[in-house]
Design a protein around this ligand. Structure first.
Ligand SMILES: CC(C)(COP(=O)(O)OP(=O)(O)OC[C@H]1O[C@@H](n2cnc3c(N)ncnc32)[C@H](O)[C@@H]1OP(=O)(O)O)[C@@H](O)C(=O)NCCC(=O)NCCS
Length: 181
């Protein structure tokens, strides 16, 4: 597996129709009945790490580059979105590789934390992520590509972070300053 795929970091605006079609298929098989034929769930990511076998997309991680507010502190993050790997290629470290590549880019950029919403603790904890608890979080609710409301909930069961600059996660309310990825 080590050398039979390659990973490209692609800005969202450069994704061509052929690749987009493959991303739709990958997302649909990974998250059934969720994407409704789109390449995104709530909003476009800013860029993606795409794993290719030849010219076929076999895995992806979207990245949302944004500032959020944590305990009043403006915090720069890469939010990792819709991490997935095609079923036939799972279990050999591809998702972990995508996470590492996003982290490497973030570590050399002006980014304080990786953030993701996840329920696979084994994968994320093994890759250095930690839960935020409590995680009182305010965000813009988007449904069917339409802004609906602003709500606040405790997301400590799924709010995972990884510090990049040795900083502690600030204590206090989290304002996503946008939709929840
Ligand atoms: C989750 C997913 C991206 C993992 O991809 P992968 O390339 O197989 O992951 P890796 O090989 O790097 O890591 C595998 C580890 O992830 C964990 N893992 C993977 N799928 C899991 C699942 N469904 N439930 C619990 N843990 C899981 C395992 O702990 C595994 O570790 P192990 O090999 O020591 O047993 C892939 O299974 C997938 O696309 N699933 C559907 C989409 C999804 O749920 N995405 C995550 C959203 S939070």
């Amino acid at each position: 597996m080590a050398n039979d795929y390659h990973v490209r970091c692609v800005p969202e605006y450069e994704i061509d129709t052929r690749t987009a079609t493959q991303i739709v298929a990958l997302l649909d098989e990974s998250f059934p009945d969720t994407f409704d034929g789109r390449t995104f769930f709530k909003q476009l990511p800013h860029f993606r790490y795409l794993a290719f076998e030849g010219e076929t997309v076999i895995g992806q991680a979207g990245v949302d580059h944004r500032v959020i507010r944590v305990g009043g502190k403006i915090t720069r993050i890469f939010g990792i979105i819709d991490l997935c790997v095609t079923p036939a290629r799972r279990g050999v470290g591809l998702a972990a590789d995508l996470l590492k590549q996003v982290e490497r880019r973030a570590a050399t950029s002006n980014v304080d934390f990786l953030v993701l919403m996840g329920d696979l603790d084994t994968l994320y904890i093994a890759n250095g992520f930690q839960h935020v608890a409590p995680a009182m979080t305010k965000w813009l609710v988007v449904e069917d590509v339409e802004s609906v409301a602003v709500i606040e909930r405790d997301l400590s069961d799924c709010f995972l972070i990884k510090p990049l600059k040795g900083e502690n996660w600030p204590v206090g309310q989290i304002d996503m300053v946008g939709y929840l990825f």
